[in-house]
Design a protein around this ligand. Structure first.
Ligand SMILES: [Zn+2]
Length: 307
C-alpha cells in the first residue's frame, strides 16, 4: 500500500541540471521512479549553486537550474505539479522550491521579488562560512545589515526562513525577525545537536523556538549529522525519539538532503524511506504519528504558509 511522503529538502534539482538528467527517471536518489510507492508525494527542491562559482555566477546558475527543472518533461506534461500554490489536490506528485545559500542575491533586495515570483517558498540564507547575509553554522558571526534586511523582506513576501546552516547567532536573529512578523521558522534539514554534536544540527533552544512558533524540523540522513561515519538507521531513530521527547511531535518531518549528502546505508534513495516507516512501526509508534512525521505535519504547514 502506498504511504504519504513530504520531504523538505533534496539537492536533486542542481544535480539534474549538472548531469542534464530529468525527473522521470535518472541515476540519482530522487526521481518519479523512486517516488512510485508514495501517495501523496511532495518534494521540496532546493536550488543550491556550486560554491566554486562567484556570487554573481551563482545567480546565473540559479536561473539555469530553475529553467532545467521548469522545462522537465514530467512538469511539461503535467504529471508533476510545479510552480503553483500548494493545493489540496495532491493526486499528482508536487514539487516546491527552496533557495539554499542566498549569497546569489549579491546584496540586491529586488532579487528577492524575483525568486518569490518564481515560486521559492523556503529561504535558506546561509550555507557555510560568511556570505553577504551573515555567518553560517561553522562561524560565530550573526546576520549582516543586508542579511537583516533580506530576512525581513523574505518574511514580508511570504517566504519561510530556514535556520538549517545558520550560526547560533544568525539563527537567533532570524527567529527574532520571524517573531516580529508573526511567522514561523523552520529547519528544513537538521538533526538534534544533543544527540550528535555537529554544528549543522539544532540546539535545544532553537528547537524550543521552532516548537513555540509551530514551524518544522526535517530529519537529515547525512551520516555525520546522524552520528558519525558509522551512523545507521537506529542512530537516526535516536534523533526521532529525542525530538518526540522534547515535544516536537507536531513539527517533526523529513528533510533527507538526498543527492546532496552521504546518507545512512539503509536509506540511500527516496524509495528506501519505506524502511524508516517499518522501523518506526516496529518501535510501536502509533501509525498516526508516523504518518504525521512522513507527511501530516509538513502538509498542515504547507497548507497554512505555501498557498
Ligand atoms: Zn544543505
Amino acid at each position: 500500500m502506498p504511504f504519504p511522503l513530504f520531504d523538505l529538502h533534496c539537492d536533486t534539482a542542481s544535480v539534474m541540471e549538472k548531469k542534464k538528467q530529468g525527473f522521470l527517471q535518472n541515476d540519482l536518489c530522487v526521481s518519479l521512479k523512486e517516488a512510485k510507492g508514495f501517495s501523496p508525494y511532495v518534494q521540496v527542491m532546493a536550488i543550491w549553486t556550486n560554491k566554486h562559482l562567484s556570487d554573481e555566477e551563482g545567480w546565473l546558475a540559479f536561473h539555469r537550474i530553475y529553467k532545467h527543472l521548469a522545462d522537465d518533461p514530467a512538469i511539461k506534461d503535467r504529471s508533476v505539479t510545479f510552480g503553483e500554490p500548494y493545493c489540496t489536490d495532491l493526486s499528482r506528485p508536487t514539487l516546491l522550491l527552496a533557495l539554499e545559500d542566498a549569497r546569489i542575491l549579491c546584496k540586491r533586495l529586488d532579487r528577492l521579488d524575483e525568486i518569490s515570483h518564481l515560486g521559492v517558498k523556503i529561504f535558506t540564507p546561509l550555507w557555510a562560512g560568511v556570505n553577504c547575509l551573515g555567518g553560517a553554522h561553522d562561524t560565530g558571526v550573526g546576520l549582516s545589515p543586508f542579511g537583516k534586511q533580506a530576512i525581513q523582506k523574505a518574511l514580508a513576501l511570504g517566504m519561510i526562513p530556514d535556520i538549517s546552516h545558520a550560526s547560533v547567532k544568525s539563527a537567533k536573529e532570524i527567529i527574532l525577525f520571524a517573531k516580529e512578523a508573526k511567522r514561523p521558522v523552520i529547519a528544513s534539514h537538521s538533526n538534534a545537536y544533543d544527540v550528535c554534536a555537529a554544528s549543522r544540527n539544532l540546539h535545544k533552544e532553537e528547537l524550543d523556538e521552532i516548537i513555540r512558533l509551530e514551524g518544522l524540523v526535517g530529519l537529515n540522513l547525512h551520516r555525520p549529522f546522524v552520528k558519525e561515519e558509522t551512523a545507521n538507521l537506529s542512530d537516526l531513530l535516536g534523533h526521532i525519539f529525542y525530538f518526540l521527547e522534547a515535544g516536537a511531535e507536531d513539527i517533526l518531518a523529513l528533510g533527507g538532503d538526498l543527492d546532496g549528502c552521504d546518507p545512512i546505508p539503509e536509506i540511500k534513495k527516496l524509495s528506501d524511506y519505506e524502511k524508516l516507516w517499518e522501523a518506526l512501526a516496529k518501535e510501536n509508534l502509533p501509525e498516526k504519528l508516523i504518518k504525521n512525521i512522513f507527511f501530516g505535519n509538513a502538509d498542515r504547514f504547507a497548507k497554512a504558509y505555501f498557498r
